[in-house]
Design a protein around this ligand. Structure first.
Ligand code: PLP
Length: 224
C-alpha cells in the first residue's frame, strides 16, 4: 500500500440501487483488478451487514474478501453507531491518533454494538434469517402466481426486492401506498422494486399476516 493507493467502494448487494445481487464473476474481477493495480476494495455493508443476508456480513457469502468494510445502522439496533473494519494489513497504516472523531469509540454505543453482535452472531438468528427468506419467497411467489405483477424476486436473506414486470413499470410507489392503507410498512428501491427488509427475528405469524396484507394491496393495485 502506497501513499497513492486508491480504492473502489461498492455494496455486495445494492440496496437503494434496486436490490441487485453482486454478480459473483463481477466481484471476483473487482478483486483481481484491485490486486493488480494495488487498489483497496471497500464494501459498504451498511444495509447488508449484521446478519441481514443470513451471513454476519454479506461478503462472507461471496468468493472475495474486501480490504475495508463499513457497518452502521443495525450494528446499533437503532442506536447511532458506525464502524470501519479492515484487514490486519490495512490496519497497520492506521496509527493511533490518525483516525479520530468526536464520538469515535463512544462507550455506550460500543456496549450496544457488542450486545447486538451477541444476539445476531448466533446460528439461531442467522439460520432464522435464511428460513424467513424462504417464507417471504414462497409467499411472494404465491401472490405472483395469482396476480402476475413481478418478473423476479431479488436479494438475499431479509433484504428482498420484488421487481415489477413490464406491465407495472414505474409503479412501485402505488404498491407502497396501497400497502400502507392495509397497515403494512414495506419500502421501495427505485420505481420498479418493492423492498422487504423486516426485523431479522420477525415472528412467522407476522410474516404471514404481512403477506396477507400485501396480497390485498396488490389486488387493489391490479384492480385499478
Ligand atoms: C448502503 C448505505 N450506505 C451508507 C448509508 C449512509 O447512511 P447515512 O447517510 O445515514 O450516514 C446508507 C443509508 O441508508 C446506506 O443505505
Amino acid at each position: 500500500m502506497s501513499d497513492k493507493t486508491c480504492a473502489i467502494m461498492l455494496e455486495p448487494l445494492q440496496g437503494e440501487g434496486g436490490i441487485i445481487n453482486g454478480d459473483p464473476e463481477f466481484l471476483k474481477a473487482v478483486r483481481r483488478l484491485a490486486d493488480k493495480y494495488d487498489a483497496l476494495v471497500i464494501f459498504d455493508e451498511v444495509q447488508t451487514g449484521v446478519g441481514r443476508t443470513g451471513e454476519l456480513f454479506a461478503y462472507m457469502g461471496t468468493d472475495i474478501e474486501p480490504d475495508i468494510l463499513t457497518s452502521a445502522k443495525a450494528l446499533g439496533g437503532g442506536f447511532p453507531i458506525a464502524a470501519m473494519l479492515t484487514t490486519a494489513k490495512v490496519a497497520e497504516h492506521l496509527k493511533v491518533g490518525t483516525h479520530g472523531s468526536t464520538y469515535g469509540g463512544n462507550p455506550l454505543a460500543c456496549a450496544i454494538g457488542n450486545a447486538v453482535m451477541d444476539v445476531v452472531n448466533t446460528k439461531e438468528v442467522l439460520d432464522g434469517v435464511k428460513h424467513r427468506e424462504q417464507l417471504y419467497r414462497d409467499g411472494l411467489a404465491a401472490i405472483n402466481a395469482k396476480y402476475n405483477v413481478f418478473s423476479e424476486v431479488r436479494g438475499k436473506g431479509l433484504l428482498l426486492g420484488a421487481v415489477l414486470n413490464e406491465k407495472y413499470q414505474g409503479r412501485s410507489r402505488e404498491f407502497l401506498v396501497a400497502s400502507v392503507a392495509e397497515g403494512l410498512m414495506c419500502l421501495i428501491a427505485g420505481a420498479n422494486v418493492i423492498r422487504f427488509a423486516p426485523s431479522l427475528v420477525i415472528p412467522e405469524t407476522d410474516i404471514a399476516e404481512g403477506l396477507a396484507r400485501f396480497e390485498r394491496a396488490v389486488a387493489k393495485v391490479v384492480a385499478g
